[in-house]
Design a protein around this ligand. Structure first.
Ligand SMILES: [Ca+2]
Length: 288
């Protein structure tokens, strides 16, 4: 191996090693530990890439249960999952909301927020869609260090009873409530939806974007919808690192749902992958 081959080889090894190191950071919640205070339980404890247990908050006067069960796993082999049921129990206010949320470790010991972040999870609505009639009947996934929604959120995907569809919320990077982009996918009771959210770090807020994909399989086969280059609601260029699942219902209705397989990782940008490919190409070309 001459000096050039060696340097090309070392460049490829260095790049690959860097990617391997990056991809090892992950925050994972599979609810394997069931109920209790261990890392993959609910409400859990710090560990598995998380800086804290699951947090919970609610508003209104809900009757609410949050439990880890395994009756009907969301995916084959998915095992335990989080099951949540919420319904208002008072006429004032006649709307109740509740959330669960968890923050991943950021920085050198966890997820690098200066790199691309991939967030994936599975969700299933278990209550009937006839209980969803307006904006008070909603399910929202978002990044927000505060409880519930708010100006600080970076990305969000929501569904309300108004359209009954999932929509991607496209912000204007000024804290103002984002505009929903209809995915065209109707929320159907019993269907498992897989969500994949990719946050692209940028040097400024204007260059910080996110992509979302919703995919599912029904009796007619697999389906998916994707939106790319969406803007944050927040003016921040990094996410808070808090994943939140937030849902609500109006009096006389209830929302019951299942959640599993939350997985947060750093994902190499295509440009970085291209560099690795180029290093490999140079190496192969020179060794030939
Ligand atoms: Ca699980």
């Amino acid at each position: 191996m001459n000096a050039f081959r060696m340097s090309a080889f070392l460049a490829a090894v260095t790049l690959t090693a860097g990617l391997v190191t990056t991809s090892q950071a992950a925050a994972i919640a599979n609810f394997t530990d069931g109920a209790g205070a261990t890392a993959d339980g609910f409400t859990g404890a710090a560990g598995n890439g998380w800086s804290s247990p699951w947090g919970t908050a609610s508003s209104g006067v809900p009757v609410q249960t949050r439990s880890v069960i395994s009756d009907s796993p969301l995916t084959a082999g998915g095992g335990n999952y989080l099951s949540i049921d919420l319904k208002p129990n008072a006429t004032t206010p006649a709307i109740s909301n509740g959330n669960v949320r968890r923050t991943f470790v950021k920085g050198a010991a966890g997820i690098d927020t200066s790199q691309t972040i991939d967030i994936q999870f599975d969700f299933r609505l278990d209550s009937p869609t006839s209980a969803r009639t307006n904006n008070s009947d909603f399910v929202t996934f978002l990044d927000n260090g505060d409880i519930n929604t708010g100006a600080n959120q970076t990305w969000s995907i929501t569904s309300t009873g108004t359209t009954g569809h999932w929509s991607f919320n496209n912000g204007t990077r000024d804290g103002v409530a984002p505009a929903g982009i209809d995915s065209g996918i109707t929320v159907v009771t019993g269907i498992v939806y897989h969500f994949d959210v990719v946050l692209h770090d940028g040097p400024t807020a204007a260059l910080t974007t996110w992509d979302g994909t919703i995919s599912y399989t029904d009796e007619t086969g697999p389906h998916s919808a994707t939106q790319t280059n969406l803007a944050y609601r927040s003016a921040a260029i990094v996410p808070s690192g808090t994943f939140q699942l937030y849902a609500g219902a109006a009096l006389g209705k209830q929302v019951t749902y299942s959640f599993d397989s939350l997985n947060v990782t750093n994902t190499p940008e295509p440009a970085v992958l291209g560099l690795v490919g180029m290093a490999g190409f140079l190496l192969r070309r020179r060794v030939r």
